[in-house]
Design a protein around this ligand. Structure first.
Ligand code: ACM
Length: 725
């Protein structure tokens, strides 16, 4: 039960370390005008040129909408001013002025598509001089994208708020820039969806993909077959009115809503009310665990297609988007193999095997969707020569299926590498490109690659934690999908991600707000402020275990288990660990003598961690529900930092400890860092391992160039799995 999906790539080795410092030094600065280094914009615009001068933002600020205007644009302008008002505490709601006199003149050429569409023109141009800002766009959606850029440009100096003089021409690199939210495993109510739509708009994402049905829940109201949600959802589903509300909220932000109904596998919640449609006799109950399960619909049963025609026809009316996602992933074949009638059907129809039957089923469903005016999209298992060529392939198992689909004439989107539920760092997702510079696809094939989607599977998230898993990392994915391919400097991405993170909270996301409450709750009612601070320090340096390892460490977790523990408080991408790695790298590998000031900073940090770890380890029994797990990790942190302190003393004293010292310390670090039942890991470990190795090997430092010295240490510290440089 450990893996709910086969494990994807495990790119991340033990560490952190150096992606930040060294990679950023080596990374070529984009040669074009994508000068992300000069500003905080995320995603970086296609073209940007700054000029000297500033446009002051004061209470005299006025906005005029010339050209095309409508309620959607006006609402977006009001929202934008509302967010600026919060940030500036200025009254910015003066009546609109004539275009020539307004501080911000918006010139929109037309409405664009009535329903947000794949071929929407999202381009815009923004000119800011010391006298006026002008936003020009061919469509309302383009104007919305430009407004978000404008919001991000607001800066402050000693004289108050201002916009820098700048000229921007911008349009997205990919037309499909999505976020999938799984509302089936853990129910995510409408407030979660709405605030995430606000986050999506902020970073110019344009597709919300709702994973509405799975083994653990049927989350949409059907009026033709109400038994589906009434038996399959525990009462947690979107009513049709709520779906309309979500669609309207998304449309106001220029975002499409694509629904997914996972078929024919991942279908337990369908057969709770319709056991006759499963491939083996029931009864069936809503699944409460995570994994790949056997229940699968029986494609040989004609009554299935009658129900699907009713249901998909109804959904086709409800969801205006051109696409309906039919899932199609992870049918394990157990039920089909065990049903002699199904196997006979495969033989009689010349379908070869289960894959042939799945393709046959997809053709039937595709015809139903076509009848209702919709295009089929499915996970990469639906790729089969018999699939109609207008279908879209959603690649999750590897980039190969995306390329293979494009070569065969299908359009595709990439999610492999954007699985944010695997809690990998933003840098990995950021460097994962749907069309890398090394692509071997022809220009025509490349055009079929529409973009990508971050996927928020919800086995391990609740409404309280989901924002912290989606954001801010999804902003890095949004940049990959919007900005020019050459925009790839990881350190600069992290610099801007920290700024965007604050903007996301302002826009209503709750990652950090919820985090603070969760840490305080975890510390327990009897905790003092110092206890809470110590726990916060611990939480800041741990990350949840990656991939699907948590299920192996916490095998008893089911749908109703609270997710309020250390791993839930831990952020996926520890900034404290990243900063520490940068300090250690700078300290160890810069040329010249060791810098005492830098050493003092590292020693101070280790002291803070040591004290926090000891304090957490000594929390009074009964303080917190999972005290033992926390205490174990507190002891580990205290132990790590004590080892780091020893290494720093040795480095500063100039006396190398012997090899035995190094070996025992490396073993100690390794053991203390093993993920226990709390299912967290310590991304500061590789930096500590480097310090220990450097202390023992310091005599070689003078004889080696910084690069060679680094290679030498890494070969000792990470003999089997060196972290990437
Ligand atoms: C998937 O992750 N099973 C699409």
């Amino acid at each position: 039960m450990e893996n709910s999906r086969p494990c994807l790539r495990r790119l991340r080795m033990a560490a952190v370390t150096a992606i930040g410092f060294f990679a950023s030094i080596l990374a070529a600065r984009p040669a074009d005008s994508a000068t992300s280094m000069d500003n905080d914009l995320m995603p970086v615009p296609a073209q940007i040129r700054f000029s000297p001068g500033r446009l002051r933002v004061t209470e005299g600020f006025t906005v005029a909408v010339g050209g095309y205007d409508d309620a959607r644009l006006q609402a977006a302008v009001s929202r934008a001013l509302g967010r600026w008002k919060e940030r500036t505490a200025l009254r910015l709601d003066r009546p609109a002025a004539a275009n020539a006199a307004a501080t911000l003149a918006i010139d929109c050429r037309g409405p664009g598509h009535v329903t947000p569409s794949l071929d929407e023109d999202e381009s815009y141009a923004l000119e800011i001089t010391t006298r006026q800002a002008t936003l020009r766009a061919p469509t309302v959606v383009g104007a919305l994208r430009g407004l978000e850029t404008l919001l991000q440009l607001l800066s402050r100096d000693a004289d108050g708020f201002f916009l820098p003089a700048v000229s921007i021409r911008d349009q997205p690199r990919f037309s499909w820039r999505g976020l999938m939210i799984d509302v089936a495993r853990h129910w995510q109510p409408i407030e979660v969806i709405k605030r995430n739509l606000d986050g999506m708009a902020l970073v110019k994402l344009n597709v919300l993909h709702l994973h509405l049905t799975d083994d653990q829940g049927f989350r949409v109201e059907s009026r033709t077959h109400p038994e589906l949600q009434s038996s399959g959802s525990d009462g947690h589903y979107f009513t049709q009115n709520q779906i309309r509300e979500i669609i309207a909220y998304a449309k106001a932000r220029g975002i499409r809503v694509v629904p997914e109904f996972d078929l024919p596998g991942h279908a337990t919640s369908w057969v709770v009310s319709h056991p006759e449609l499963a491939s083996l006799p029931g009864p069936y109950a809503i699944e409460r665990r995570w994994g790949v399960f056997n229940p699968v619909l029986d494609p040989t049963d004609e009554s299935l297609y009658r129900l699907l025609d009713d249901f998909l026809g109804e959904m086709a009316q409800l969801f205006p988007d051109a696409c309906i996602h039919i899932g199609g992933d992870e049918n394990n074949g157990v039920q089909w193999n065990a049903n002699p009638h199904i196997q006979a059907f495969i033989r009689e129809h010349g379908l070869n095997d289960n894959a042939g039957l799945h393709a046959w089923f997809n053709r039937r469903v595709s015809a139903i969707l076509a009848h209702h005016g919709k295009t089929l999209i499915g996970w990469d298992e639906v790729l089969h020569p018999d699939l109609p060529k207008d279908a879209i392939i959603h690649s999750w198992r590897g980039p190969e299926s995306l390329a293979s689909a494009a070569r065969q004439g299908y359009r595709g989107i990439l999610s492999n590498g954007y699985y944010i539920d695997l809690v990998h760092p933003a840098s990995e997702h950021y460097l994962n490109d749907p069309l890398p510079a090394t692509t071997t696809l022809t220009i025509e094939e490349q055009r079929r690659v529409l973009g990508g989607e971050a996927t928020m599977w919800s086995e391990w998230v609740t409404p309280e934690t989901v924002d912290s898993r989606i954001w801010p990392r999804t902003a890095a994915i949004a940049e990959r999908l919007w900005s020019p391919r050459e925009v790839r400097a990881v350190e600069d991405m992290y610099r801007r991600l920290a700024v965007v993170s604050v903007r996301l909270e302002e826009a209503g996301l709750g990652g950090e707000r919820h985090h603070d409450l969760m840490v305080a709750r975890l510390a327990g009612d009897r905790a003092t402020p110092d206890d809470v601070q110590a726990l916060r320090t611990l939480v800041d340096v741990v990350e949840p275990v990656k991939d699907y390892h948590r299920g192996g460490l916490q095998p008893d977790v089911v749908q109703s288990t609270p997710l309020t523990n250390l791993a839930d408080c831990a952020r996926p991408d520890s900034a404290a660990a990243r900063n520490f790695a940068e300090s250690v790298n700078r300290f160890l590998f810069q040329p010249g003598t060791l810098d005492r000031d830098q050493a003092a900073g590292i020693i101070r940090q280790l002291g803070v961690w040591n004290a926090a770890g000891r304090r957490v380890a000594a929390f009074p029994a009964g303080t917190a529900p999972t005290l033992n797990d926390i205490a174990h990790n507190g002891r580990a942190l205290a132990d790590f930092s004590a080892v780091g302190q020893e290494a720093m003393q040795a480095l500063l004293s100039g006396h190398a400890p012997d090899e035995q010292w190094m070996k025992t310390r490396l073993v100690r670090l390794h053991q203390a860092g093993e993920p226990g039942p709390a299912a967290v890991e310590f991304p500061i470990l590789p930096s500590l391992e480097l310090l220990v190795t450097a202390a023992a090997e310091q005599e070689k430092r003078g004889a080696l160039a910084p690069d060679a010295w680094q290679q030498h240490l890494r070969a000792i510290a990470f003999p089997s799995a060196p972290p990437p440089i």
